[in-house]
Design a protein around this ligand. Sequence first.
Ligand SMILES: *[C@@H]1O[C@H](CO)[C@@H](O)[C@H](O)[C@H]1NC(C)=O
Ligand SMILES: *[C@@H]1O[C@H](CO)[C@@H](O)[C@H](O)[C@H]1NC(C)=O
Length: 193
Amino acid sequence: MNQFFVLCVFAFAFAPTFEARGLFQSLTGSVKPGKCPEPTRLPQPFELKQFLGTWYEIKSTKPVFEKDLRCVQANYQLDSATGNVVVNNSGVYVSNNTIFTVGTAKTTKQDNVLSVKFLPYSPAAQYWVVDTDYKGYALVVSCNNVFGLFNFRDVWVLSRNPTLEDATVKNLVAKLDSVGIKDTQLFDTLQNC
Ligand SMILES: *[C@@H]1O[C@H](CO)[C@@H](O)[C@H](O)[C@H]1NC(C)=O
Ligand SMILES: *[C@@H]1O[C@H](CO)[C@@H](O)[C@H](O)[C@H]1NC(C)=O
């Protein structure tokens, strides 16, 4: 399989997360050679139920030309029938139109790592909760290997409120290095809705 095909498959997988429009342009920012780091664990067991609800995106790896999309938020609800998490990612365009995309997150053998899919036939993406206090902030990474040759990574700094204290943001960003997600360029998300 040639690498271009693999890139296309990944572009498709990430399309609903708003990343695809910029995926190719952002290759230098979010693609690294080699494999993803092993996801770290949290100091305490991950409490999925406490993590549910709404999170506002404060910073992310999204390319700067996606600045049109503001007020990006993620909402997580438990589907009691399946035990999966229903993910609703949304954002607002300059036109004031809201767009959203709904996916499913499943638990994996590591409690703070979920597996997210936005289309039934798209590859699942990692959803690694690197740090959270549940009530205030969360740092989430999605790192996905492609044949062990290179990997795509995305980072989200999330808050329960449309703002987050600078000190907290700095602290979270500093954590990325220590978990092996280095040299990541993050962009501010405008939260003005
Ligand atoms: C997803 O979230 C957006 C923004 O809050 C909302 O407008 C939309 O109705 C939600 N969609 C679903 C299926 O819950
Ligand atoms: C979007 O909403 C804001 C605030 O209500 C308003 O000032 C602005 O004119 C709207 N933009 C468009 C393109 O409708």
